[in-house]
Design a protein around this ligand. Sequence first.
Ligand code: PGA
Length: 253
Amino acid sequence: MRKNIVAGNWKMNNDLAQTHALITDLKKQTQTSKAEVMIAPTYTSLYAAFEALRLDKIEVIAQNMHFANNGAYTGEISANMLKSVGVETVILGHSERRAYFDETDELLSKKVDAALENNMHIIFCFGEELNDRKTDNHFDIVESQIKNALFHLPESTWNNIVLAYEPVWAIGTGETASPEQAQEMHAFIRSLVLDQYNNDVAENVSILYGGSVKPSNAKEIFSKPDVDGGLIGGAALNAEDFFAIVNAFNMSY
Ligand code: PGA
């Protein structure tokens, strides 16, 4: 079944003490929506966050991982290491990884395979840059990012995949895709999955929107039929704002 998910991507923010402080604040919030809630702290805070949230409904997820299980990859972290600290879900393909760390579709495809081999769930991110949209290439770009990294996968693995459409021009900029732009792209993405697989896979895959989601715009974005949740950056660093976004689901049904 398609799930509603709101995931907070903390990026390179919050040291250990700040992680504990934000989790304490998050625990004070009341959840009234049916969305699943996830947070992605930085690696050094993952285990502490997992322990602190063991009895809560907030899932702790990772922002990235390497494709190998172990070996001479100085500075990297593998799927089984993440699993050993309680992490079952990983964000892959975030535009900042693509832009600043040269992550290509080819590399991401390997990471996707490694995560699935380790029985992990994936939030797979993709999205066009401003120039792609201005030149009307946004559908082509999104199509190739999805095809290149995911369409080699067997149907059975799609239970472990969540898609996250994040137009690069909307990330951290205060600019948001309009609800109509988000819906148009999400419907297109679902049609790609339908063409490659079947109605079951297309209807059951959750497609999140990311890019300057805030308490003030979440309800309208989430009200669109093909938007199943959000990947939240800046607003996830404040517990009240984050839960205002989580609870925006309630208002849309
Ligand atoms: P933002 O980030 O909400 O700060 O725009 C979203 C993301 O990068 O996932």
